[in-house]
Design a protein around this ligand. Sequence first.
Ligand SMILES: C[S@@+](CC[C@H](N)C(=O)[O-])C[C@H]1O[C@@H](n2cnc3c(N)ncnc32)[C@H](O)[C@@H]1O
Length: 205
Amino acid sequence: MSQKLIYPATERNKQPILDILKLYLPSDRETNLLEISSGSGQHVSFFAEHFPNIIFQPSEYDSTLFKSIEAYIKPFANILQPIHIDVTTDYKNWQLRSEQYEFILNVNMIHITPYKCTQGLFNNAQHVLKPNGMLITYGPYANNGIIEPESNVRFNQSLRHSDPEWGLRDIQDLKILAMECGLELLQIHNMPSNNKMLIWRKISE
Ligand SMILES: C[S@@+](CC[C@H](N)C(=O)[O-])C[C@H]1O[C@@H](n2cnc3c(N)ncnc32)[C@H](O)[C@@H]1O
């Protein structure tokens, strides 16, 4: 039996996310990307196929997902074995194989975890990213205190019902957090199903 888990939402959003990644990730030189919260491994295997010049480092908090990630990445020489990362812990305790990364990718984690995970993501990103490196986040967000459309309002309510610490984060709050961590918001891309892809850049000294 295949170990590969299939998340329907991940299957649907992988092509639109790839289309945006192509605007920022190079195709003509070697570089590296750390994925936080790789989930099933569907994303990392799909993206690595399109960027053979990039070394991808998948990671997961939930170690029961490692078998699925390993099954997806098997055919790819440019994907390293997954490592365990709890984003609320200090990056010095992560088993990173590179000192720094040009890109960090994080899809659909920020709203489905307590806010301390978002804080951990941004706090650690400032150290793990190379100067001018980018943190790329994807998911549904509030903006200026407004959640829209109505389907996202209901989604936010259902998240908070599952766990009061979960919920859509406001882009304006994230901008403040980012600034405290030496990152700036470079671009907001509107994505299908009322999601957004946010491009954050590490401000180089
Ligand atoms: C909705 S899933 C998204 C998975 C994948 N990125 C995708 O889009 O298919 C949310 C992910 O957040 C991860 N997560 C939860 N707590 C975490 C933590 N403290 N540190 C890092 N990841 C965490 C979960 O293990 C899960 O894989």
